[in-house]
Design a protein around this ligand. Sequence first.
Ligand code: HEM
Length: 414
Amino acid sequence: MVRDRDRSPEETAVDPAAEARRLEHDFDPVRPGETFTSAHEEFAELRPRCPLARSQEYGGFWAALGYDEVLSVITDIEHFTTSRQNAVPAFAFTGVRPPLHLDPPEHMAYRRVINQFFIPPRMRALEPRVRAVAVRLLEPLLEQRTVDVCKQYAHVFPAHVFAEFFNLAPETSEEIKRVSGTYVDAIQVLDHATVKSLSGRLYEIAQEIIDARTGGAFDPADDLTAALLAARYEGGPLPAPMVLGCVRQLIVTGMVAPSVFTGTMFVHLSRDPELQDLLRAQPHRIPAAVEEFLRLYSPYRGMARTAREDVVLSGELVRQHDPIALVYTSANRDEKVFPDGDSFVLDRPNIDRHISFGRGTHSCPGAPLARMMMRLTLEEFLARSSSFRVTEEPEMAVWAEWGTRSVPLEIIAG
Ligand code: HEM
């Protein structure tokens, strides 16, 4: 727990140094020219001297860079909320989107329903369909010598998986794939007008998904949207606008991270041919490799909480309504928790402490599906290739994600 027991907010509030601190600018989240290593280098330099960094971008925000700082914020629902600002920059233009935008106890009404759809028996039943999607998309790519594994696979795969997971018609899946792909790109380049208009379209698609289920055509036991419509909270159904927001959040939240994360595994493996060969020879070690990739290349750095009241955290005065970005990308390399944190260590002894999927109330319900998607991608790609290498410098996503947008590969078929 990093909250400062020695200094109360009242003591710090009258301290001019605390006020001056709020005007400092430790780092610039939108600095151009990011490379595959630059953000991690900057976080490694900042972490020891300001684990809770300050930036004046986006109207001013705190950035929790240290592992303890991130963990303290996400596990302290008494002092920090997601209901005000839950991302830096604030990108939600319309409506409340459960579960992320709600605090307990209301939050649990949605999570109870969602969680059931990610339990192990359901994941096992879904796996053959997810594998079939991966094979269908990868096979034509592997016939080409050069591909962009982000643009031609990572940006497409999640939408097809979602069609399977959400029982969607092929045409709906095609549209989600197209709209969300452009939406993810627009978020990454901070194109507010496009994000706003595509967000509206994604709401319409979410509504169409709901409408298709209102006649009872889908069994709530087998369909997440139907289950949300059938759920009860405080004696009545979940409010219609909230169910809409929830479906809208699910179809997009789960698209973004896999889209930017997948390419990072390929960059790493290109630069480490021995690991490539090891995983080809011993595919049972792929889940452990995926886990270490998730730690090393955590894709979220702009998810956020807002302080409910003045609070002192790591010696800094965080004012009521200040947003704090949860820089999972940095926290998971904190040397205090992960020795040699910048290196890939297969079977790292404390790998279960990584927080790539968050922790506590809002921890990622989709983690089992995300892990499966990454494992199946590597299993199928490695089995069908004898080697691959990156041919150009990867193009990077920008804050609020960390990861790749373009990874050109040369592949030697297996
Ligand atoms: C590599 C893949 C993924 C990563 C790294 C990831 C990471 C995360 C993280 C860190 C959070 C917590 C955010 C916070 O603390 O504010 C989160 C929440 C969430 N994720 Fe994921 N996620 C991934 C894939 C998915 C998938 C595939 C789905 C859905 C199918 C999904 C659905 C969600 C939802 C609905 C929430 C909000 C949970 C809540 O507020 O209770 N995610 N994710």
